[in-house]
Each structure stands twice: as structure tokens, then as C-alpha cells.
Design a protein around this ligand. Structure first.
Ligand SMILES: Cc1cc2nc3c(=O)[nH]c(=O)nc-3n(C[C@H](O)[C@H](O)[C@H](O)COP(=O)(O)OP(=O)(O)OC[C@H]3O[C@@H](n4cnc5c(N)ncnc54)[C@H](O)[C@@H]3O)c2cc1C
Length: 472
């Protein structure tokens, strides 16, 4: 008996994929330079089926990896050639919507945007809005604790998930909720990148759509001036729904791809969105425009219609893909710095461009200091890919040096595991792995991700003197 026999006993043939050509579809996520062909792919339709796969993996000592839509940018859903890839794309039902309680219960394969679309007519929405929201799954959002442009004001996925049904790595189906007493297991699971089990049902908070929304595009000659405007807006006590910035190279790419009509001669554009009661939005808009002018903005455009608003956002939301128009290959980086250090870090990135002869386009959630430098290279030019990789790592060093983080929202996955020791001590990493071991002592749930060196869960790291056997 093998794990294949067990899976074939549970699933119809069209939901167990072993054909080598079809398996290749699942070789990578949005980070295409890490690839592996899974041993087998299964397409469950219920939590019980997910549990059956996970139990089969436990029985045969086989690792498993969950996959939603595969848009992750850190190789989190990279399969294992010796493991089972559990794809949630057939778990796409919105199970219930309860507007009195302002919540929806959904399956993990439901796309982020589908939740908003299900309640928009009734004046509600789901707040976290990754730029990939048309295709990324809510299960992937939970695993990555995904953010988006509007997380500055409304928070990340963790602030909008109220309860989860999960399949634990030994195949049990359990529920965890923000109402539970004791340890915050829900908080531990959100952002755990598939290493603590698989979410099979997700209860999300729904928000009332704001009475008024207004979107401003402000153009600056330099990115420093745009950065100064961001500091002044926040310093004035205004909390916009979003403040996004793009530099000249990112503007050029977006313009080439989607003709979003940003001022062609701008060194930086700032998108500021304000929402709330209409009179408040109106007075804040006047204040924000005045700040932008005072900090050197040479053009301000306020979207006059939903179409104009959509056009402004189109440029920003398509920026990652758009960069493909001006560079054959690029690395999407994701780092965080305190907002007050934005100027210094951007100057550091500029210096790296000159030192290595590599272009970097900057797109960022300016309000919360979450940078997405896009490190451009030509993969046919000898050595250029390696130089881009060095620049990418040096950008993360800059973030750490300024008290920031190696990831804001794309996660660690397989790609950034090697950077974890730059940010955390051995003791930090050991503590995190012990949480993981509590959920997954067999180390079968998405192994090889997040941590540079896996810890054997049976290991006793140190024994406190005088207390034989006591682990601390
Ligand atoms: C163009 C583009 C723009 C993006 N913009 C943003 C952005 O603005 N903000 C942002 O935060 N991210 C962004 N991302 C990254 C990505 O879309 C998010 O990380 C998203 O949450 C991944 O969802 P997914 O369904 O594609 O997950 P996948 O890529 O399939 O998986 C991601 C991780 O989640 C785990 N996983 C998947 N489903 C489950 C489950 N049910 N239970 C447990 N673990 C699971 C996987 O094992 C993996 O570790 C962007 C990506 C692209 C390509």
C-alpha cells in the first residue's frame, strides 16, 4: 500500500493528478525562479477530503503543501517532489453571509474579490485588498497575512479573520476563533505560511462601505519631495485609507502597460485615498492638497468619477506586471522600514543601482513604509541575474539596518528563509520552531519554508540546570 493507493481510494481519477505534463502546471507560484514538480496533486472539495489526504500523508510519512491560486511571491506554495500538493481551487463556495453580524463564512479557494462582490450591492466589503485580489485565494491570504493598499487604515488579514476551521497536520478538523479563551491560536495560524496545517473554512469580518471616497493623484519632481508629503500628511493627524507612491521608472512601466495617464515628467506620484463621512473627506482633501503643494507637488488631480478613480488605481495595481514591459526579468522585493527612514533607504537603493549597474523601480505602500523595489535585469546578460540577486539582498540589509523587516506582506516562503538569521537570533528562530513543532511534530506541513534550518521536534535544545529533563 502506498500514499497513491490511499488517495486513489478516496478521490475520483480526475481529482488526483499524476500525469507528468499536468503536474508541471503546479511547479511554482508567482515566484517563478523556484520550481519543483510535485509527486502528486489532489483537488479536494471538502474539509473531510483535505483531512483524508493529510491523514494519508501522516500514515506514509509524506510531506504536503497547500496551494490556493499560486500567486504567492515568496515560493510558499512551491511543491515537494516527494510530497502531495493539496490545491483548494475546488473549494470555492461562499457558505454564508450574515450582515447583522457583519461576517461571511467562506471556503479557502474563494478569491479575495469574490467576497466583496458577494456583498457590495448591500453596501459592504471585505477590506484587505492585495493587488492580486481578483485571483488570489482567501486561504492564501490567511496563510500569508496578506495586506494591500488599504491596510494602512484598516489593517491586515489578521485583523479581519474571526474564526477558522483547520485541518491539523495529523488530519484532525478543529475550529479556532477569536472568541476562544487561552492562547491566541488564531493569531498564530494567520501568517503561518501553510506550516501549521490547512485552513478549510474562514470566517471574515465585513465592513460597511464608507459614505464617501475620494482619490487624489499628486505628481512630484522627486521621490524625496513625495516622501516629505507622506510624512507631513501623517504628521498632520490625517489617516488616509491609502497612500501609495511610485517612482519614475515604475510610472514609465505602468504607462507603457495600461496607459494610466500619470504625468509623464513626474519623478514620483503619490496616490492618496480618503474615505469616511463626506464633510470629513472634503476637509481632509483640501488639507492634503495644501500639504502636497507645500512640499513641491506640481500637479494634483482629484478623480471626478468612479472611472477616473479606477484609472488612477489601475496604474498602481498593475505595476508589478507592467515592469515586464521594460525589463525581461525582475525580482519583486518586499521589505519594510519605519516611515521616517523612507528617504534614507530610498537614497541607499539609489546608491546600489549605481554601484551594481542594476535598475530598480520603486512601488510602495508609503503610509506604512512597505517597499516593493522591483530589481530589473536581463537574464540573457552574463552575471546580471547574480548582480540583481545581490542588490535584492542588500536592499533587505538596508531595511534591517533601519529597524525594518525582510517582509511586509509577501511572506518568507522558500525565498527568504536564508535571510531569517539576519533578522532573528538563533534563540528567536528556535522559539518560533517550537510553536511549529507543537502543531506539526512530524514536520510534514509545508516543510522547508520559512526556517533556514529545520528543527527536529524531538530535539531538546537545552536543559535547565537543576531541573532534569525540563525544557526551556
Ligand atoms: C501581481 C501580484 C500582486 C500582489 N499584490 C499583493 C499585495 O498587494 N499584497 C499582498 O499581501 N500580497 C500580494 N501578492 C502576493 C499574493 O497574491 C498573496 O500572498 C496571496 O495571499 C497569495 O494567495 P494565493 O491563493 O495565490 O496563495 P498561494 O500562492 O497558493 O499560497 C501562498 C501560501 O499560502 C499557503 N496556503 C494556501 N492556501 C492555504 C490554506 N487553505 N491553508 C493554509 N495554507 C495555505 C501555501 O502553502 C503558501 O505557503 C501579489 C501577487 C501578485 C502576483
Amino acid at each position: 500500500m502506498t500514499v497513491f493507493d490511499r488517495l486513489e481510494a478516496v478521490f475520483p481519477p480526475d481529482r488526483v493528478i499524476t500525469d507528468p505534463v499536468r503536474l508541471r502546471t503546479y511547479e511554482c507560484d508567482g515566484l517563478t525562479y523556484h520550481r519543483a514538480t510535485p509527486m502528486v496533486v489532489v483537488l479536494p472539495e471538502t474539509a473531510e477530503e483535505v483531512a483524508a489526504v493529510v491523514r494519508a500523508c501522516a500514515e506514509f510519512g509524506v510531506p504536503f503543501v497547500a496551494r490556493g491560486s499560486g500567486t504567492g511571491l515568496s515560493g510558499g506554495a512551491l511543491p515537494r517532489s516527494d510530497g502531495v500538493l493539496i490545491v483548494t481551487s475546488r473549494m470555492r463556495r461562499i457558505l454564508s453571509v450574515d450582515l447583522d453580524r457583519r461576517q461571511a463564512v467562506v471556503e479557502p479557494g474563494v478569491t479575495n474579490l469574490a467576497i466583496t462582490e458577494a456583498v457590495r450591492d448591500r453596501g459592504y466589503y471585505y477590506a484587505p485588498d492585495p493587488s492580486s485580489q481578483q485571483i488570489c485565494s482567501i486561504g492564501g491570504n490567511v496563510a500569508e497575512n496578506s495586506g494591500g493598499a488599504h491596510c494602512l487604515k484598516y489593517g491586515f488579514t489578521v485583523n479581519h479573520v474571526q474564526a477558522l476551521e483547520i485541518v491539523t497536520p495529523d488530519g484532525e478538523i478543529v475550529e479556532i476563533s477569536e472568541d476562544d479563551f487561552g492562547y491566541d491560536l488564531l493569531g498564530a495560524f494567520v501568517g503561518s505560511e501553510g506550516t501549521l496545517g490547512i485552513a478549510t473554512k474562514i470566517t471574515v469580518r465585513l465592513m460597511r462601505a464608507p459614505e464617501s471616497v475620494t482619490t487624489l493623484l499628486a505628481a512630484f519632481e522627486t521621490i524625496e519631495a513625495g516622501g516629505q508629503a507622506v510624512s507631513s500628511i501623517v504628521g498632520a493627524g490625517i489617516l488616509p485609507a491609502a497612500i501609495e507612491m511610485m517612482d519614475a521608472l515604475a510610472i514609465e512601466a505602468a504607462e507603457a502597460a495600461v496607459a494610466c495617464g500619470y504625468p509623464a515628467d513626474a519623478g514620483a506620484v503619490l496616490i492618496v485615498e480618503l474615505d469616511g463621512p463626506a464633510p470629513e473627506v472634503e476637509s481632509q482633501l483640501a488639507e492634503v492638497i495644501a500639504i502636497c503643494v507645500a512640499t513641491g507637488s506640481f500637479e494634483q488631480r482629484v478623480a471626478a468619477s468612479a472611472d477616473e478613480r479606477a484609472k488612477i488605481w489601475k496604474g498602481r495595481k498593475s505595476a508589478f506586471a507592467a515592469v515586464g514591459r521594460i525589463s525581461p526579468a525582475y525580482i519583486v522585493q518586499d521589505g519594510v522600514v519605519p516611515r521616517t527612514c523612507l528617504g534614507e533607504v530610498l537614497a541607499g537603493i539609489d546608491a546600489l543601482q549605481d554601484e551594481f549597474g542594476i535598475r530598480v523601480a520603486n512601488v510602495f505602500h508609503a503610509g506604512d513604509g512597505n517597499l516593493h523595489p522591483l530589481v530589473l535585469f536581463d537574464d540573457t546578460a552574463p552575471g546580471e541575474g547574480e548582480r540583481a540577486e545581490v542588490v535584492s539582498g542588500r536592499i533587505l540589509d538596508l531595511c534591517i539596518l533601519h529597524g525594518g523587516s525582510i517582509t511586509g506582506e509577501h511572506g518568507v516562503g522558500v525565498d527568504k528563509a536564508r535571510y531569517m538569521p539576519r533578522m532573528f537570533t538563533d534563540a528567536d528562530l528556535d522559539t518560533m520552531q517550537r510553536v511549529r513543532c507543537a502543531f506539526d511534530p512530524g514536520g510534514r506541513s509545508n516543510p522547508g519554508k520559512v526556517f533556514p534550518t529545520p528543527r527536529l521536534c524531538g530535539e531538546v535544545p537545552r536543559v535547565r540546570k537543576g531541573s532534569p529533563g525540563e525544557i526551556f
